[in-house]
Structures are given as C-alpha cells and as structure tokens.
Design a protein around this ligand. Structure first.
Ligand code: FE2
Ligand code: FE2
Length: 175
C-alpha cells in the first residue's frame, strides 16, 4: 500500500545504507591502491567489518521492515539474503587467507565485484520500492543506528571482524 507520505523521511534508513555502500567502495579503492601488505591487510579487515555489520543491519532491520510493507516482494528480498550468504562465504575466504597468500588479492577482487552487483540491485530496486511503499525510513534508520552501535561495540577488540548475532530482533523503534 502506498501511503505517499514517505518523502519527508527519505533521508534516514536509505541514506545511511547508501553511505555504508560509498564507504565500502572507497575502501575497495584504497585496497587497490595499496602497495604494501600491512595496508592491504588493514584495509581488507575494514572492508570485512563494514560489510559484516552492514549485512546485519539489512537482515535484521531493513529487510524485515520492507517485508512487512511489501510481502509481494518476498522473492526479491530472499534474493538479497541469498546474496548476503555468498558475500559471507567470500568474506571467510579473505579471513582465512592473508597478503602472503596467492588467493588473497583475487578474493578481495571477487568480493568487490560481487558487492558492486549487490549494491546496484539494492539502490536501483529495493530502496526505491521501500521508499514508495511507505516504509518508516526514519524509525528504521534509528533502529539501524542503534544496532550498528551495539555491533561495533561488540566487535571492538575482537580480531575476527564478524559481527555477533543479536539475541532478539527489534520489531519497532521506540527510541
Ligand atoms: Fe545487502
Ligand atoms: Fe546494502
């Protein structure tokens, strides 16, 4: 159902996710320009952490919010979740290798190409649909910001960049 009232809140959830996308793109660029292994390792870790947290925000908050408003788009959302599954496999491949490994740079490149494809679908298909369907982008953005804070807090200090799963999903953002 189109409420036609989503324009004023267009900023939040979508601009937040898009900002993450841009950040990861610039990290991939930084990786490509890095000549020393220490920088490559550091940047690869950052990419892994950014993507892991970002995928959690989408799977736990953004996609369910879309699913609630757009049950007819279930297949599109399932596709996005499946793609996250592939991304996670690529991420573990990067975590298992390192700059000394012949697979390391190819693995980062494959991840970059896959992320580009996934981001394009989200920005060209999912996000415009969420916006038109009247998903409460402000509340969803608030919810994602809180979860991000929580995940980054937990991931901090851990050598594995994998974000821990939350024990319970938050259905509504009450601030
Ligand atoms: Fe995604
Ligand atoms: Fe995304």
């Amino acid at each position: 159902m189109d409420t036609g009232t989503s324009e004023v809140t267009f900023e939040n959830a979508i601009s937040m996710l898009k900002a993450d996308h841009r950040k990861v793109e610039s990290l991939f660029k930084e990786f490509d320009g890095a000549n020393d292994e220490a920088t490559q390792q550091r940047v690869a870790r950052e990419i892994v952490q950014e993507l892991t947290v970002h995928a959690e925000l989408e799977e736990q908050v953004f996609y369910p919010a879309m699913q609630a408003k757009l049950p007819e788009e279930n297949a599109l959302l399932m596709e996005a979740v499946l793609e996250h599954g592939s991304l996670k496999m690529m991420i573990s491949q990067i975590e298992e290798t390192g700059p000394g490994d012949a697979l390391f740079k190819p693995a980062v490149k494959v991840l970059k190409e896959y992320v580009q494809h996934h981001v394009k679908e989200e920005e060209n298909e999912l996000m415009p649909k969420a916006s038109r369907a009247g998903v409460d982008l402000e509340a969803v953005g608030q919810e994602m910001a809180e979860l991000k804070q929580e995940l980054l807090g937990k991931a901090n200090g851990s050598s594995q960049a994998a974000a821990p799963r939350r024990d319970q999903p938050r259905a509504g953002a009450n601030r």
